[in-house]
Design a protein around this ligand. Structure first.
Ligand code: NAD
Ligand code: MLT
Length: 308
């Protein structure tokens, strides 16, 4: 019998596997997780659970970690590899939803949608607010992978000019999307009225959009981060917003999640926020849940084709 622990909110679907005992504990806390993990052959998570070296070491029977989604920045891949624990993810299942949310934040920031909503509820009928139109503007995309590419397609539909900075992809991918791939990030920033980041969080991307980069954007630009907290430096973003250089920002992700209640970006009127909801649609979560369970079971059975 394989014992599989699910430590995050998931929609696992109807399919169950003989010989697999599932424990669904989406609210489990760190201390309890450390206590119970030795009993499990596999752990399935999203971003809530920090799958660090300590947790992996405690998992004496642990053979597989399944990440329900794409980002594995919450999994210590090095420690897993040292301990012979395989890691699988479902990178393609939430692409569409994440791209739709990123574009939604972009529109919401450009048109003051959340701001107007708050004002009306507070009894203020403010029709003086002037937003920004997307048509004819330039969108800069950092990271033209699955999600970045889908955002580019949406932007084309809005008749935007689309630029991308991604040193790891062939020019042909950008060309096939009608996107201009630039070799220099600064060059792209200088031209981008809208900026959206779609890279993983790595040593290289942490803080890659800081004060200097934000000031390279044209005055009145809009910045969206629906990838990972910290790719756009939060302190710099706040400063540059307060100094009036940016029109607005949209954030789905935070350096610390949930962000502290007194986080100044949470109070800022020009920032529209969502609670790491990029992958949270019924459709994406059905795909993610079914696929991650299937991949974990297949990996436990010896199929190595999904292992990272
Ligand atoms: P992907 O691997 O398809 O694309 C990432 C792209 O970033 C790649 O093309 C890669 O070459 C590029 N890249 C890496 N380092 C870079 C750098 N230093 N500069 C420029 N480009 C760089 O991944 P994806 O499926 O598009 O997902 C991207 C990220 O979005 C995930 O890693 C995850 O962190 C985040 N995400 C967030 C949500 C959410 O709920 N908000 C949902 C899904 C994914
Ligand atoms: C991901 O990396 O797939 C996202 O952060 C979404 C999620 O964790 O559900």
């Amino acid at each position: 019998m394989w014992r599989v622990l699910v430590s995050d909110d998931m929609r696992l679907g109807e399919v169950r596997y003989p010989g697999v005992l599932l424990d669904y504990r989406p609210e489990i806390g760190r201390e309890e997780l450390l206590e119970v993990i030795p009993a499990y052959d596999a752990l399935i998570t999203r971003s809530r659970t920090q799958v660090d070296a300590e947790l992996l070491r405690r998992g004496k029977r642990l053979k597989v970690v399944g990440r329900g989604g794409v980002g594995v920045d919450n999994v210590d891949l090095e420690a897993a590899s040292r301990l012979g624990i395989l890691v699988v993810n479902v990178p393609e299942a939430n692409t569409r939803s994440a791209a739709e949310l990123a574009f939604g934040l972009l529109l919401a920031a450009a048109r003051g949608i959340a701001l107007s909503d708050r004002k009306i509820r507070a009894g203020e009928w403010d029709r003086k607010f002037l937003g920004l139109e997307l048509k004819g503007k330039t969108l800069g995309i950092v990271g033209l992978g699955r999600i970045g590419s889908q955002v580019a397609r949406f932007a084309k539909g809005f008749e935007m000019r689309v630029l991308a900075y991604d040193p790891y992809i062939p020019k042909t991918r950008a060309e096939s999307l009608g996107v201009e791939l630039l070799e220099d990030l600064s060059d792209m920033l200088r031209q981008s009225h809208f900026l959206t980041v779609h890279t993983p969080l790595t040593e290289e991307t942490r803080g890659m959009i800081g004060r200097r980069e934000l000031y390279l954007l044209p005055r009145g630009a809009v910045v969206v981060n629906a990838a990972r907290g910290g790719i756009v430096d939060e302190k710099a973003l706040l400063e540059v917003l307060e100094e009036g250089h940016l029109f607005a920002a949209g954030l789905d992700v935070f350096a610390e999640e949930p962000p502290p209640k007194d986080h100044p970006l949470l109070q800022h009127p020009k920032v529209v926020l969502t609670a790491h909801l990029g992958a949270n649609t019924l459709e994406a979560q059905d795909r993610v849940g079914e696929a991650v369970l299937e991949r974990v079971v297949r990996t436990l059975e010896g199929d190595l084709s999904y292992a990272l």
